[in-house]
Design a binder for this molecule. Structure first.
Ligand code: NDP
Length: 278
């Protein structure tokens, strides 16, 4: 039976450390947050950012735009935040409505204020293994892996999902630790190859957003399973991995909720400390 990797508990410990680091800064850090429209997932992520900010002594400034805001208006607001000396970090809540090009918007955030670690300049540093501002969810996954004590050197790591915010940057962080990384995506599934990759994973990380896409019986004995997925099914939140069956086979597994999510917010605040020091 796998041990639970309880992100919630690990995040509390990290937040205590972050609180001390924030107290030792000369100023109270200001995190500017932009939300466009409403969406259940984003609302709960914003709430959790607000709570964490309050606990750590961060000034969290939320700006809400209507769902039909134009790209130009958003970019104009980001310019204002970039030049506002009182603002230390900026986060644009995703997803944005379809009429807005996320990749374009992100490029307008000043890299030194990019609290989410999503600007191409910061992602580029991750490629070189020199990043100090790391993309939050991939950084959260790495914290969870560190917690297991695994030496990633030479391990077969399978990442399912290749999004800009999770799968792709995560594969770079894993590569920097010399694991053998396989990234699976929709084409892997369509080619009927997903199962064979999942079955040989020493470490399986799933970030797709499809409830219980990965059947527990496919998990390799003693594998480490990190489930990033958040899916609302019949009033319950479940991950992308069939939890009960997977728990019987794995050595460590994250619960959903209470796994990756709480650590993602802690990583955001860790980045904010870095951007405040700049
Ligand atoms: P995206 O929708 O941006 O990416 C999903 C990825 O899964 C894509 O790369 C997609 O491939 C791939 N995919 C879709 N269907 C399949 C399939 N059948 N087989 C293999 N791959 C597939 O989602 P995100 O990366 O933003 O988020 C993924 C999940 O993680 C969501 O549930 C989200 O809520 C959650 N999440 C959780 C966070 C946390 O802190 N816990 C933070 C961020 C996200 P393609 O693009 O080629 O179709």
């Amino acid at each position: 039976m796998a041990k639970l990797l309880e992100g919630k508990i690990i995040a509390e410990r990290i937040k205590e450390e972050l609180k001390k680091s924030i107290q030792s800064l000369e100023i109270k850090p200001v995190l500017a947050s932009i939300q466009v429209g409403t969406n259940a997932g984003t609302n709960s992520y914003v709430l959790s950012q607000q709570k964490t900010a309050q606990m750590l002594g961060v000034d969290y400034r939320l700006k809400e735009f209507a769902g039909d805001v134009s790209e130009a208006e958003l970019i104009d607001f980001i310019h204002k935040l970039n030049s506002d000396k009182t603002v230390n970090g900026i986060i644009v809540q995703m997803p944005l409505p379809e009429h807005i090009d996320c990749r374009k918007i992100i490029q307008f955030i000043k890299p030194q204020k990019d609290a989410e670690g999503v600007h191409p300049e910061n992602i580029g540093k991750v490629l070189y293994g020199q990043g100090k501002i790391l993309p939050c969810t991939p950084a959260a996954v790495m914290e969870l892996l560190n917690e297991t004590g695994i030496d990633l050197y030479g391990k077969e790591v399978v990442v399912v999902g290749h999004s800009d915010i999770v799968g792709r940057p995560l594969s770079l962080l894993l590569l920097n630790r010399f694991s053998t990384v396989t990234v699976c995506h929709i084409a892997t599934s369509k080619a009927g190859k997903l199962e064979e990759h999942v079955k040989r994973a020493d470490v399986l990380i799933v970030a797709v957003g499809k409830a219980e896409l990965i059947k527990g019986e496919l998990v390799k004995e003693k594998a480490i399973v990190i489930d990033v997925g958040i899916n609302r099914v019949g009033g319950k939140i479940v991950g992308d991995v069939e939890f009960e069956q997977a728990q019987k086979r794995a050595s460590f597994i994250t619960p959903v909720p209470g796994g990756v999510g709480p650590l993602t917010v802690a990583m955001l605040m860790r980045n904010l400390i870095e951007t405040t020091k700049v």
